[in-house]
Design a protein around this ligand. Structure first.
Ligand code: SF4
Length: 370
């Protein structure tokens, strides 16, 4: 039998007091973030959107310089729509999950083409855009357009799970947390409410040791009352990620230009640049077998060590083969100078592989024969 905490009753009262307490706290403790409108200003949906997409799985500190550089280069949704996709992916390198950059670009084009350059003003309209899920749609609609809708990201889910002592494990609990979260959204200042929940989750109701003594919702919090807050939200056990292994071939010319190929448009790291790779399996191929996948014949040398990278669903380990050519051989790929390489859409894992290849060769190995 499930016992209903008293706070579940009288949702109206709880809604009012939770929102009031949280908003009063927010007015005093709000974080000053580069993408956030000042009190009393109207938020720009483009800025909210850009920051929310960048912040997925990344910290505020890591995002801030990317956000500023992006906004300087593409200050409006129209300028982003008109940008070259490779340039957008290049500017994204380091933030991971490149499909987000591609979706960002596609969504900007959709907004310009189908919506006259204006963002849809409702969460339902926003959700129809590429790469915008329930959370981001809620955040933009609430913050930029004042729609009374919840923005349930990991921070908000944690606060709500604790506030109501929800013991079901994530991801199953998501739907219930969303309903409970939505029920708390006030009609007035829904955008500030969403941001207040974000700030509370990232500064006070933190994952390991919630700072309940500094929390404006402490008197209402069921998780705290029961002494189980720190254990919430519960999470279903993760399956171990499989390990894949393969070889990467870094070909260099005398000036340090690098030979790259473009990945297929669809799938993992779609459309990004990389050095040629062999197939991935459960173990590394023996050098003679690995070299059958090299793009050119040459004096390939296997670098000691390896490069490891974690993707969402698997871990990848690459052995790196490197070869220097006096003359650039021709292949299906292309050569980029170090300067071009710096801003090219090369994902982090491939930058690691190339970094490993040239590690002990900087400055760039001029005059070494292949
Ligand atoms: Fe989180 Fe503690 Fe506040 Fe409850 S009282 S919402 S557990 S910080």
């Amino acid at each position: 039998m499930t016992r209903k905490p008293s706070h579940h009753k009288g949702t109206k009262a709880k809604k009012a007091s939770t929102a009031d307490l949280l908003l009063a706290w927010y007015d005093k403790h709000r974080r000053d973030l580069p993408w956030r409108a000042k009190p009393g200003e109207t938020a720009d949906p483009y800025r909210v959107w850009l920051s929310e997409i960048m912040l997925q799985q990344t910290t505020v500190t890591a995002v801030a310089p990317y956000y500023r550089a992006f906004l300087k280069r593409w200050p409006t949704v129209a300028s982003l729509a008109a940008a070259d996709l490779d340039a957008v992916c290049g500017a994204w390198a380091g933030l991971g999950y490149y499909s987000r950059a591609r979706n960002l670009h596609r969504a900007a084009q959709t907004i310009v083409r189908d919506h006259g350059g204006q963002f849809p003003r409702t969460s339902a309209g926003l959700r129809a855009l590429p790469g915008i899920g329930a959370y981001t749609a809620g955040a933009i609609a609430a913050i930029a357009f004042g729609e009374p809708v919840a923005a349930m990201d990991g921070n908000a889910e944690r606060v709500i799970a604790r506030l109501y002592a929800v013991k079901d494990a994530l991801p199953k609990a998501k739907a219930r947390l969303a309903v409970l979260g939505q029920a708390l959204v006030p009609d007035a200042r829904p955008g500030d409410f969403a941001q207040a929940l974000m700030d509370l989750g990232s500064n006070v109701c933190v994952s390991k040791r919630p700072r309940c003594e500094a929390c404006p919702l402490a008197s209402l919090c069921e998780g705290r009352r029961l002494g189980i807050a720190a254990t919430l939200p519960r999470k279903a056990a993760k399956r171990a990620r499989p390990l894949k292994r393969g070889a990467a071939f870094v070909a260099l010319d005398r000036q340090g230009a690098i030979y790259l190929v473009r990945r297929p448009e669809k799938g993992l790291l779609g459309g990004m640049f990389q050095p040629p790779l062999g197939p991935w399996g459960s173990s590394f191929p023996a050098p003679a077998i690995a070299l059958s996948d090299a793009p050119f014949s040459g004096a390939w040398e296997r670098k000691p060590g390896l490069v490891r990278h974690g993707f969402t669903h698997f871990e990848l380990e690459l052995e790196i083969y490197v070869c220097r050519f006096l003359r650039r051989p021709n292949g299906e790929g292309f050569w980029l100078t170090p300067l071009e390489f710096a801003t090219a859409p090369v994902p982090t894992v491939m930058r690691k592989a190339i970094g490993h290849a040239v590690d002990d060769d900087l400055p760039l190995f001029v005059g070494r024969a292949g």
